[in-house]
Design a protein around this ligand. Structure first.
Ligand SMILES: C[S@@+](CC[C@H](N)C(=O)[O-])C[C@H]1O[C@@H](n2cnc3c(N)ncnc32)[C@H](O)[C@@H]1O
Length: 163
């Protein structure tokens, strides 16, 4: 499988998993969190599909396309290892949807980072809330859901808090 194939599978899976999570959480209150702004493509998709919801974006350095840059008051600047615990104090366990795309090209590093932040992400989700991640996460109490149609196994992961 070429790097182009892997990239396309990741993009197609992100969209399928995000669209699924957006539908599943429709009607819930509470904030949405985008972890890793990057170019802003997934942020742009999310705000287009759910304009009625508040989307807070976590990023250490904003370098997104100007067309998909969040407002300053919706941007939580800094390393997520610091801003996630701070945000848990601010918001409590209220997030209806969390999307994480924080990794780079080094798969081992991505996996180590996913292990590190899983316990920081897990308590932020409300009951019934969904978490979509490009990396496998290591949660203690969330349920991993079957992938929606169109998503490619291993390219996206979806988790739900049931209780
Ligand atoms: C792959 S990009 C996200 C791409 C985005 N989903 C898009 O569609 O354009 C990953 C982003 O996560 C950010 N990031 C990585 N580690 C971080 C950390 N520890 N704290 C905050 N942001 C981080 C990087 O700066 C980068 O912008």
């Amino acid at each position: 499988m070429s790097r182009l194939d892997v990239f396309i599978n990741r993009m197609v899976s992100q969209r399928a998993c995000l669209d699924f999570a957006i539908e599943q959480t429709r009607g819930m209150t509470g904030p949405v969190f985008e972890l890793g702004l990057g170019n802003g493509r997934t942020f742009d998709h999310m705000r287009e599909r759910m304009p009625e919801r508040d989307i807070f974006v976590f990023e250490r350095k904003v370098e997104s396309n100007p067309a998909s840059t969040p407002d300053a008051e919706m941007t939580i600047l800094g390393d997520v290892r610091e801003t996630l615990p701070q945000s848990l104090e601010r918001f409590g366990p209220t997030a209806q949807l969390i999307h994480a795309d924080l990794g780079g090209h080094n798969l081992e590093k991505n996996d180590r980072f996913a292990r590190e932040i899983s316990p920081l992400v897990e308590p932020m989700l409300a009951v019934g809330g969904l978490m979509v991640s490009s990396d496998k996460m290591y949660f203690s109490a969330l349920t991993e859901l079957p992938l929606p149609e169109g998503a490619v196994a291993g390219r996206c992961f979806v988790y739900r808090r049931d209780a």
